[in-house]
Design a protein around this ligand. Structure first.
Ligand code: PLP
Length: 445
């Protein structure tokens, strides 16, 4: 579509039909067995064979407004017409400033600086570096160790992959991964909480694991602890037990280390509040977001810098030694801001809570009694189903059976035509494989 001078009017008159040559090229280029998605509208995706797929996961929890929202498309086109690229190192751009302001306000002013990146992995990689540099500014260069958790996922670049405990994604690169990262066990009530153990007692046990790791490394050597408040891709929507996040933050504070929350998947409304930590009663020193930030309309993620880190930066007049070509990209920022404004205007977080409760109820009612459904857990519109071979002992299926792939394939096959997300081989024998259901925030009953 061409955008006219009056930037709200879009004309599709100039749209060129693809030529036959282009179609032929595409056909030749399709070398995988993945279906070819050609259009998206609302909660549906359309394949080249005409099938209509209910998108119940938005990829990996990305498409939080569904597909084809014209206001977001208009915002992107309007920004592209104004200026489509602004080199961040030399200029500011309005879309970035407005988005940063929105994000700061979403935290009551706690986040005082924002770096807009393009993927969750980049945001996490940047957060790792920022945390380290903060201690260089503070004159504590001996802080070099990071603590993360098993059964977690933080991204695919070397740094972020090193933090994560997603075993099958780490496997080919294990020998290359960073050495100063130490993982403690996950917070996984289904697998770890003992019969009769209260949440308080379980949290105390978890806190001790972190404390012990601090002591083992030497508390003065730790840069940061990083966690997902609700674990996504590696585990299938596992929420932290009440009080866990607060307890972990308190230990970091005690030892002067930073507390980083990775909300790339569970953040920006997915769990029913803009930030998942709003339900935990603590704020992170640094936070990463992505996916739902721009709902997939542009590749956008961000590093959000809390007061403590920002104030040190200001005091030392320091600059974060970081930055890449597409940082603060104006079209990405315009898309993200529009997505967030729609979520706010249409009161979609309340819909996430309402439809999320319904989804949880139905999943438990319909699937809870299934002999191979071990656990159904989640928050908001972020729900995971873990499969087990033996419900009593919680023994997972043999990985070679590829249960979650098969469930995914069955869901996708006609007449179901349902897209769900699957995860397998993420946590070894520590858990079974899972599927995840994460529809758009405007999904209806
Ligand atoms: N952090 C978390 C919690 C994620 O779930 C993901 C992706 O699933 C990432 C980081 C990496 O994001 P990306 O795939 O956009 O690089």
């Amino acid at each position: 579509c061409a955008i006219k001078k009056d930037r709200n009017v879009i004309s599709c008159e100039d749209v060129k039909e693809p030529t036959n040559t282009a179609d032929a090229d595409i056909e030749e280029a399709v070398t995988t067995s993945r279906p070819l998605a050609v259009r998206g509208q609302g909660n549906y995706m359309y394949l080249d064979d005409g099938r209509e797929i209910l998108d119940s996961c938005g990829g990996a929890a990305v498409a939080c407004l569904g597909h084809g929202v014209q206001e977001v498309i208009n915002a992107m086109m309007s920004q592209a017409a104004d200026i489509s690229y602004v080199p961040w190192g030399f200029f500011e751009n309005r879309a970035k400033l407005a988005l940063a302001q929105w994000l700061s306000r979403s935290s009551g002013g706690h986040f005082q600086k924002t770096y807009i990146t393009c993927s969750g992995s980049e945001a996490v990689e940047g957060a790792m570096k920022l945390a380290r540099e903060y201690f260089v500014w503070k004159g504590q260069p001996q802080r070099v160790n990071y603590i993360s958790r098993e059964e977690s996922y933080h991204g695919i670049t070397i740094g972020s992959l090193s933090l994560g405990g997603h075993l099958s994604r780490r496997a080919p690169f294990e020998d290359l991964l960073l050495s100063k990262i130490y993982r403690i066990p996950a917070c996984n009530a289904y697998r770890q909480q003992r019969q009769g153990e209260t949440d308080t007692a379980y949290v105390a046990r978890k806190a001790l694991e972190l404390e012990n790791m601090f002591q083992k490394l030497g508390p003065e050597t730790v840069v940061a602890f990083i966690a997902e408040p609700v674990v996504g891709a590696a585990s299938g929507c596992i929420p932290s037990v009440p009080g866990y996040i607060k307890a972990m933050k308190a230990i970091c504070d005690k030892h002067g280390a930073l507390f980083i929350l990775d909300e790339v998947m569970c953040g920006m409304g997915r769990t029913g509040t803009t930030h998942a930590w709003e339900q935990e009663g603590v704020m992170p020193d640094i936070q990463t977001i992505g996916k739902g930030l721009a709902g997939g309309y542009q590749p956008v993620s961000a590093i959000l810098v809390g007061k403590k880190v920002f104030q040190e930066m200001e005091m030392k007049n320091a600059t974060f030694t970081h930055g890449h070509t597409y940082q603060d990209h104006p079209i990405g920022c315009a898309a993200a801001l529009q997505v967030q404004q729609i979520i706010q205007r249409d009161n979609l977080l309340s819909n996430v809570q309402i439809q999320g409760s319904l989804l949880a109820k139905l999943l438990k009612e319909k699937l809870g009694g299934h002999p191979h459904v071990g656990d159904i857990r989640g928050r908001g519109l972020f729900w995971g189903i873990e499969f087990v071979e033996d419900k009593e002992t919680k023994r997972p299926f043999e990985p070679t059976l590829q249960i979650s792939h098969r469930v995914h394939d069955a869901a996708m096959a006609p007449p179901n035509n349902l897209a769900i997300y699957y995860g397998q081989g993420c946590a070894g024998d520590k858990k079974g494989d899972h599927v995840m259901i994460m529809p758009a925030y405007n999904i209806d009953r």
